[in-house]
Each structure stands twice: as structure tokens, then as C-alpha cells.
Design a protein around this ligand. Structure first.
Ligand SMILES: C[S@@+](CC[C@H](N)C(=O)[O-])C[C@H]1O[C@@H](n2cnc3c(N)ncnc32)[C@H](O)[C@@H]1O
Length: 186
């Protein structure tokens, strides 16, 4: 949606200080990752993309904010990393099926794209997902419910993935749900 894109472009133009360090979930499960193709959805400034590129993945990084992606590209030059970035509205963009060894999603949720995320995983592909759940409403009552994981956690949206971790609440923050699943289908 155009208004979403404008909102995020404004936010990223305001020099927000989002961390460029990889999410702790990626570090906790570092041993799962090897090499191949990775997709970082709603990548923002690209902390997960850069982590995955740094350990040897070919990474595609998608986000609706051109401003965020421009900042990410500046970082790539500085760090001598290569990532394929694209300005994409995930609500309407069909992901390539059966393509990725790893898909990461940090702090973005939309039930509309769950099936497309699942289909993008190759056999043995790993999904790493961490984002706000409905408990976030107690801090941010104005937050749009559609963007929050409902009660039950993330795993129930990916019922055929082998569960490595399915935490309705993370240890650090009850309002964050985390999921790691592997596509064991042949
Ligand atoms: C909270 S930020 C998270 C950024 C990054 N994943 C991180 O953890 O730092 C949410 C991101 O989702 C992106 N986003 C929001 N709606 C989107 C959509 N419909 N399609 C693609 N990206 C979207 C925003 O531009 C923003 O970068």
C-alpha cells in the first residue's frame, strides 16, 4: 500500500537507529545455516541480510521502503558484500516458489503472505520468523491487529514444517513470538 510505503520511507529518512546487528535468534541457531540462497523479507536496513551474506549465502532482500534499501546498499558497499535488493510490496508480490534454503522475516507479519512464504522454501529450507504478537497491544494500543501474530504463535501458520523452535513469547519480551521450521517435504 502506498501509504505504508510512505510511512516507512519517512521513518527511515528520520535517521532511525535500527540495529545493524543480527537478531539474537539467528545467532542462537547459527549451526543450522550453511550456504545457498536466502531471502530476507521486509528486510529494513538489512541486518539479517548482511548476516546471511557474511556467512556465505546468496541473499535477496525485499522491502517496501526505497529509503531503507538505499541505506542498505550503502552499507553493502562499505562492507564489500553483495545482496540482491528489490522494492516490493509483499502483500501483492508473488515470491519465487521452491527457491530458498533460508527465509527470514523479522518484525513483519501479514497472514496474506504466509502461503507464499511457505511455497518459497526449497526442500530442507529453513524459515526463521520473529515478530510482535497480540500482547504488543498493551504497549501500543493503536498498533494494527492485522500485523500482529494472534494467540497460538507463528508455528500454526506453517503446520507442515518440522519445528525447531516455536515460542509464543520470547524470553526477553512476551510480546515477541519466534519460530524456526524446516521444510522436510520431498
Ligand atoms: C519493523 S521494520 C523491520 C525491519 C527489519 N526486518 C528488522 O528487523 O530490522 C518493518 C519493515 O517492514 C517493511 N514493510 C512494511 N510493509 C511492507 C510490505 N507490505 N511489503 C514489504 N515490506 C513492508 C517496512 O518498510 C519495514 O522495513
Amino acid at each position: 500500500m502506498k501509504s505504508d510505503r510512505e510511512k516507512w520511507d519517512r521513518r527511515y529518512s528520520d535517521e532511525i537507529s535500527d540495529s545493524l546487528s543480527p537478531d539474537p535468534l539467528l545467532l542462537e541457531f547459527r549451526e543450522l545455516f550453511s550456504s545457498g540462497r536466502a531471502l530476507d523479507l521486509a528486510c529494513g536496513l538489512g541486518s539479517a541480510s548482511m548476516f546471511l551474506a557474511g556467512i556465505g549465502y546468496w541473499v535477496d532482500a525485499f522491502d517496501t521502503s526505497e529509503v531503507a534499501l538505499r541505506k542498505l546498499m550503502n552499507q553493502l558497499v562499505r562492507k564489500n558484500l553483495s545482496i540482491g535488493v528489490a522494492v516490493v510490496d509483499l502483500d501483492y508480490y508473488p515470491l519465487q516458489r521452491n527457491t530458498y534454503d533460508v527465509v527470514t522475516v523479522f518484525y513483519f507479519f501479514s497472514q496474506r503472505i504466509v502461503a507464499s512464504i511457505r511455497a518459497a522454501l526449497k526442500p530442507k529450507g529453513i524459515l526463521v520468523y520473529s515478530t510482535f504478537n497480540y500482547l504488543h497491544l498493551s504497549d501500543r494500543p493503536d498498533f494494527c491487529r492485522d500485523y500482529l501474530v494472534p494467540p497460538g504463535g507463528i508455528g500454526r501458520f506453517f503446520p507442515d514444517l518440522h519445528v525447531v523452535a516455536d515460542r509464543e513469547s520470547s524470553e526477553e519480551n512476551p510480546a515477541i513470538s519466534q519460530f524456526i521450521g524446516i521444510n522436510l517435504a520431498i
